[in-house]
Design a protein. Structure first.
Length: 540
């Protein structure tokens, strides 16, 4: 790998900024539509209940409860509720999240109109509708605009969370950058989202002040500014100087169920874009690039959908929203098949392959040649000091040790099986994003972590993996999964078949390490190119 060119700082920033027009446009589209729909729903709803105390309490209670749900959880809930991925779940969640400040401020603004003014309006013979449109709403408008202003800022921020459900946004920078330790990507995503929110907030603040002072010029200036910002960002990809030269392969395309459902399953198989999925960690980004490069070399056009949640990726595959991604047999066995005690590697592979084909029409093309299993790891010096080499020995010290893990393990069946098998009970348990979990162990914040057996940081940090003598964890062979449509494509199968059995764990661990390391790190695309150097060419 050392023969590959190192990325210069300028090159890193240039690559990240090249993606900005596309991601910014997607972010603005979803944010603007969500804010507009929230206004169209929230203001009329608030007007209806503003003078009805019982209804008002109920509506404010409902929109208030929505605000108590964490943003990412709300987005995730929309996927099973709508049975879709990408745009529609993200839009629905953002609209719901934006309703509270709009409804609350509209109710407050109407309720704050002076009773003497209302009496005067009634004395002039105004109908309720005339009073509402001619008196109450104009007087309440500054308060309503303040609510819209809050909702817009919230929406711009929350839209970054749409990435795990398949909606491209500036969050694609943040999620991908955190996982691959790409500071430039994180900074670009955060700065762009913050700048967008600040500019829109300033323009809406001008609108709020102009309405309060009855300054028409300020109103038109602020509205024109909002339209210019939204329109300019929306159309940014069309004006970007690099747009025409960009390859079809991209990590920013939204999963669009309506578009995919319209494709002919077999007839268009050879010409349709192949959608490549990836979950939210380094190895998945590398393997998605490996798949895209193989398909590209075979003349297939590809789009990549990265940073997807595990269940989102699987559900997208079986519904045909993505065509191929790498999954792990242990995840299929425990999370999707809901099986109990683990089987041997070959039995698990055979069972998962049959279940996928029979239940969902998904083709398990084959194992890549390595296993990325859950395992527990410690700093070598700490493990040697305690005399811990396996999980049975760890159990006798667990009550004195802190345990760090990723988001998923504690909710998975294998964690229950692991703790029951060995009687593990740690003094405290902390959940981390995987990119920070290893750093927490290295710094001594925790004593044990749930590592991944093919992770390059195991070697680079000098960690020791504890043996699992009872085999509580199931096998986690990395396997290529094809959607029902892709499974029938000879071109796709032919391009990807040479990957089967071609990547040993040592090579995958090295590829992960060169992306995750602090010094001289390379991109997932470069690591993928390195992996492919030893893969047979095959005949696509």
């Amino acid at each position: 790998m050392d023969r590959s060119p190192q990325q210069t700082t300028a090159g890193i920033w240039s690559r990240e900024l090249a993606e900005l027009p596309t991601l910014l446009s997607a972010h603005v589209r979803i944010s603007a539509l969500a804010a507009a729909l929230a206004v169209l729903i929230g203001v009329p709803a608030a007007v209806l209940v503003a003078r009805r105390p019982r209804w008002r309490a109920a509506v404010l209670g409902v929109v208030g409860v929505v605000q108590t749900i964490p943003g990412l959880a709300l987005l995730a809930l929309m996927v099973p509720l709508l049975g879709a991925f990408g745009f529609w779940p993200a839009l629905s969640a953002l609209v719901l999240y934006a309703l509270l400040p709009i409804v609350r401020n509209t109710v407050t603004g109407i309720g704050g109109v002076d009773a003497a003014v209302l009496e005067a309006a009634d004395g002039m013979g105004m109908t309720p509708g005339q009073r509402l449109l001619g008196v109450e709403l104009p007087l309440a408008l500054p308060v309503i605009v303040a609510g819209v202003r809050t909702a817009v800022v919230w929406t711009v921020g929350m839209a970054t969370l749409g990435t795990p459900v398949g909606q491209p946004s500036l969050g694609s920078y943040i999620f991908g950058g955190l996982q691959t330790r790409n500071t430039a990507a994180v900074l670009v995503g955060c700065a762009a989202a913050a700048l967008l929110a600040i500019v829109l907030d300033a323009l809406l603040a001008l609108l709020d002040a102009s309405l309060g002072r009855r300054r028409r010029s300020g109103v038109w200036l602020s509205l024109g500014g909002v339209l210019a910002v939204v329109g300019g960002a929306w159309l940014a990809p069309f004006f970007a100087s690099t747009a025409a030269a960009r390859p079809v392969t991209t990590a920013t395309s939204a999963i669009n169920p309506a578009r995919e459902a319209a494709r002919e399953p077999a007839a268009a198989a050879e010409s349709a874009v192949v959608h490549v999925g990836a979950k939210t960690f380094t190895e998945q980004y590398i393997l998605a690039s490996v798949i895209a490069q193989r398909l590209g070399a075979a003349g297939q056009r590809t789009e990549r959908h990265e940073s997807l949640g595990s269940t989102v990726a699987f559900d997208a595959l079986r519904s045909g929203d993505i065509d191929v991604y790498v999954e792990y047999t242990g995840t299929i066995w425990s999370s999707y098949m809901q099986r109990g005690a683990p089987e041997s590697s070959w039995r698990t592979l055979a069972s998962t392959s049959a279940w996928l084909a029979e239940r969902h029409g998904i083709r398990l093309l084959g194992p890549l040649g390595f296993e990325n299993a859950y395992c527990l790891a410690m700093r070598r010096e700490r493990a040697e000091a305690l005399g811990v080499r396996d999980l049975r020995a760890l159990a006798s010290h667990a009550s004195e040790l802190a345990f760090g893990t990723d988001y998923e393990l504690l909710k998975r069946p294998e964690w229950t099986r692991l703790t029951e098998t060995y009687g593990l009970s740690f003094s405290r348990t902390v959940t981390y994003d995987p990119s920070f979990m290893y750093s927490a162990l290295a710094s001594g914040d925790v004593d044990v972590i749930s590592a991944f057996s093919s992770d390059g940081r195991i070697d680079s940090l000098g960690l020791v993996v504890l043996d699992d003598p009872a085999q509580a964890f199931p096998p986690y062979d990395a396997v290529l999964l094809l959607s029902p449509r892709a499974a029938e494509s000879d071109a796709i199968v032919g391009a990807l078949a040479p990957l089967v059995g071609s990547i040993p764990v040592e090579r995958m661990r090295r590829a992960n390490e060169i992306v995750d390391r602090s010094e001289g790190r390379q991109t997932p695309e470069q690591a993928a190119h390195w992996l492919l150097e030893n893969v047979p060419n095959g005949e696509p």
